[in-house]
Design a protein around this ligand. Structure first.
Ligand SMILES: C[S@@+](CC[C@H](N)C(=O)[O-])C[C@H]1O[C@@H](n2cnc3c(N)ncnc32)[C@H](O)[C@@H]1O
Length: 405
């Protein structure tokens, strides 16, 4: 089904947004930004009042906004954030450095020499920067004038202006002939919030897939929750987590990819597991419980991890694995289990008191109770620590108690 693309998700804040941003790049703008480098929220009001004596109020407001965005962006860009520029949507949507770097190395660094890569939907440039640092010559395209101005400023601020050309255009109008690769990171927010149907992305997945078929290699970012049925058979699909949180899914096309394969990549370690979604066997609880990484679960590779751990599922519909021997793995977190009990709050409360447990970590899959509610009702007060898993064992509501390995 063809759908009309949603309206732009990054409307420029005001008609003067580009001019106001440009003023930040002038000497007075830069001096203001320098003064605001380590401003705290509590200091903002007095700083604004003081700075407005010597500077136009809109420049002061823009500098304060930028200082705030830089601080927020540090979680994604580390020390670079203090040199870069952002828009509120731009920070939100940008790929964090560790994730972008790894993807860029595969997309741009695989060939010899310096690849020509089109970054279609470049935003403030998170991926364009990683691609350029991986050695590519990048054409970075976005339809938002302010976003393009910001991406251009970022390329210059990081000394990459000679490797990144930023172009304000609709990606549909870009001629990709002669490029070695393309990366597409579509907008996945429409006027009414998050878009779940990949055909509702801007540009739609079918457009990006057709583009990928015309290039030696391509990578398309999609939402991690995308249904596997929506993945084109010509793609290798990769789910990426960073410090245990699933960050993105990427469809890979062309050279050095394995169509139909599913991949789970765990960062910052960089471990990468491939396979095809196979069900794991189910069986009785053993001494160890393994909680697969979110990327493994989304990629449908719990069965592959189960095989390496010689493990089985506690319940066929829940991603907890159990086994009898501990095996170190980057793809799952292991626990030694001391108790397997039918779910019973009173029983848990008694056990927590008996064992002097004060720090109880609650993990749950397949249980309606929230960790907060459980802790409120169990009231752990002692000095020991423990982890409780609320889940189902062979369809029966159960609690497993243990400790991380
Ligand atoms: C998810 S963001 C990209 C983030 C970027 N990869 C980064 O790391 O900073 C998507 C961007 O696509 C742009 N966009 C959406 N549809 C577009 C289209 N048809 N042509 C050009 N740009 C488009 C939006 O303006 C937005 O900046």
């Amino acid at each position: 089904m063809t759908r009309v693309a949603p309206p732009p998700d990054t409307p420029d804040a005001s008609p003067n947004a580009v001019e106001t941003f440009a003023a930040l790049l002038t000497d007075p703008g830069q001096r203001l930004l320098d003064q605001l480098r380590s401003i705290t929220p509590a200091e903002e009001l007095s700083a604004a009042t003081r700075l407005r004596r010597d500077h136009p109020p809109e420049l002061v407001a823009a500098a304060l906004g930028q200082a705030r965005l830089r601080q927020r962006a540090a979680a994604k860009f580390g020390a670079d954030a203090a040199l870069m520029y952002f828009t509120p949507d731009g920070v939100e949507q940008a790929t964090r450095t560790e994730v972008a770097d790894r993807r860029a190395a595969r997309l741009a660094g695989a060939g010899s020499g310096s690849a020509r890569v089109a970054d279609l939907c470049c935003g403030v440039g998170g991926d364009a920067i990683a691609l350029a640092r991986a050695g590519a010559r990048v054409l970075a395209v976005d339809r938002s004038p302010l976003t393009c101005a910001v991406a251009r400023a970022n390329a210059a601020a990081l000394g990459l202006a000679d490797r990144i050309e930023v172009r304000e255009a609709a990606v549909e109008d870009i001629d990709v002939r002669g490029f070695d690769a393309a990366f597409v990171d579509p907008a996945r927010r429409g006027g009414r919030g998050r878009v779940f149907d990949p055909e509702g992305y801007s540009p739609p997945l079918s457009w990006a897939t057709a583009l990928a078929a015309r290039l030696p290699r391509a990578a398309l970012k999609i939402a991690p929750g995308v249904p596997h049925e929506a993945i084109p058979p010509t793609a290798e699909a990769e789910w990426v987590s960073h410090r245990g949180e699933v960050k993105e899914a990427v469809l890979w096309f062309g050279a050095d990819t394995a169509p139909g394969t599913r991949r789970a990549t765990v960062l910052p370690g960089g471990h990468s597991l491939t396979g095809s979604p196979d069900p794991a066997p189910t069986g009785a609880p053993g001494r160890y419980l393994y909680e697969p990484d979110g990327a493994v679960i989304r990629a449908g590779l719990v069965g592959t991890v189960a095989e390496t751990l010689e493990a089985r599922l506690l319940d066929p519909s829940i991603a907890y694995l159990t086994c009898d021997r501990p095996t170190p793995t980057p793809y799952a977190t292991g626990y030694e289990i001391t108790d397997v009990l039918p779910f019973h709050l009173k029983r848990l409360r008694a056990l927590v008191r008996e064992r002097d447990i004060g720090t109880l970590t609650v993990k749950k899959r397949g249980s309606p109770l929230t960790p907060e509610e459980l802790l409120r009702r169990v009231k752990p007060r002692g000095r020991a620590t423990a982890t409780v898993f609320l889940t189902r064992v062979a369809d029966a509501p159960s609690m497993l108690i243990g400790h991380p390995l």
